[in-house]
Design a protein around this ligand. Sequence first.
Ligand SMILES: Cc1ncc(C[n+]2csc(CCOP(=O)(O)OP(=O)(O)O)c2C)c(N)n1
Ligand SMILES: [Mg+2]
Length: 612
Amino acid sequence: MTSSTTAATTPGVAETTRRLTGAQIIAESLIARGVPYAVGIPGHGSWSLVDAIRDYAPRLKLLQVIHEQSAIHLADGYYRASGRPLFCFTSIGPGACNTVVGMGTAYVDSTALMLMTGSVHTHMRGHAALQELERRHDADFPRVLEPLVKRWWQPSRVDELPGILDRAWIEMLSGRPGPVLLDVPMDVQADAAEVRLPRQVGLPGGRPRPDATLVERAAALLSGARRPVIVAGGGVVAAEASAPLLGVARTLGAPVVTTWMGKGAIPEDDPLFGGAIGDTGSTCGNRLAAEADVLLAVGCRFTDWSASSYRRGVTFGIPPSRLVQIDIDPHELGKNYPVEIGIVADAQSALADLLSALEERRPSPDDAYRDEIAGLKAEWSRLQDGKRLSEAHPMTQARAIREIRAAADRGAIVTSGAGVVQAVVRQDWETYEPRTHITSGGFSTMGFTVPAALGAKLAQPDRQVIAMAGDGDFLQTMQEIALAAMWDLPVLFVVLNNHGWISIKGGQIATFGRPTMTDFVCPDGSSYSPDFRAVGHAFGLESSRVDDPAELRAQAARLLASGGPALLEVTVAREHPDAGLIKTGWWDVPVHEGRTEARAAYEAGRAEEQHL
Ligand SMILES: Cc1ncc(C[n+]2csc(CCOP(=O)(O)OP(=O)(O)O)c2C)c(N)n1
Ligand SMILES: [Mg+2]
């Protein structure tokens, strides 16, 4: 059978070939898959691409950012808010290298996005053309990103592109999602070839179902449990598995505790929401998880942050708890804790099958357990009140977040990146829907918050979007508020200003008894801060500053209602304990022997860690 006969009989495939440049092939392939934006910064390494994309507007729109890291965070926020990937591009060399932090963040948290970096022309490879990395290997940039992508390609001919684009699309979206890289030589973007477009658009096929025998075994173990607990990770959100998750939880009467990435998998006002887990989680989440007889973990990695660095009995004790683990990625099964029943499957289909198997068994949830869950949650809530209802001036971050939360819609999206604010948002920003809490959970990346909020707003234009940044986080990518001004995107950028990297200061004081280089200070010892309200104004945003907690809610409501991009600077406490969060678990960060007492406490904790 010739290829033209195949094409004529395959639905959706062009019957004739057309002469297209590499850049046009990329643009058409993105449009065929419904990608609305190409985000990046042009340079000579990608100018054929942007010139071609221009002709495809408005089907594919070019979005300018000010720094390439932000292009990736923007696409990341877009994906987390919608489940749909974007396309990012850079020039060659420094523009490409600027994506590293963004790609690390996306890879660790399993975000699908496609990045095209410009690469040296194939006939110039190895000659040290401007911005080529070539001393170890010609056109060597992809190896910079190699540990941060699911797969990378470096085509040498235009006619390779259609197939590579198909494969890249499938790769980033199938199984465990993740970013992919196309390092496309300038001549491959500019040169043309006869190609057949559109081709059959390859899509990841379905949701891998679990092994039925394993589901039966899991159902038997779980329905016999007295204290079952479900651990929901980012896989539940990514697989849109909240409905069967709730079904399983209710059938078993099992509380759902959430990891960083799992926040939003269950509405936090549901009686079966058990709280966040780990060192910056909740007392109730940790207690429930630690005292579970059977744990059902879904789409979670058991990171040190969520598992209190594996110190036995703080967040988990496995054994004695017995573990059923579901993950789409077999690498996660048994990586950190011994698994009794490990199931490789999509979270949605696995939970749906498990729910059917459980319904047949009709387990009877225990009323005493339900009351205990409610009691533990009430205890945690009282503990939270100390900080979130505080009248301190400058205010606690928990108070600030409480006031802003009260001004926002139930379904508002919040983004956060690092620092005290990331943890306090986790603890105090009540989240009711999946994809509305967006945080760089695995990488904890300063600089994520602002561009991720822009991406979230583009993905969900009808929702309020609030970027909740510390001043340190904001200062790393604040220039991107220019995009909000240019596109008139109504995002509220909140800067919780404590004149420094105060989360790190808290850790230093607790460990070493003294802070080092974590306050922003001048040589005379006076505190330094830029005027963030003026920064907002300078970029063209409506901006204000609040020092008094009693005024915050009204100010936030006013800016949210303004209909345009806005910046709200909030003066928050710089001195601990008011400046900090509530630590709820244990986190293994080694302490040197010079700090005798801290070292002894550290060694005691480390001795109790469970490691496989
Ligand atoms: C890119 C990057 N660099 C360094 C760190 C280490 N780090 C974690 S939190 C933090 C300080 C965050 O400061 P800010 O955003 O002002 O929040 P605060 O803790 O002051 O509330 C630093 C430096 C990081 N997470 N990311
Ligand atoms: Mg700060």
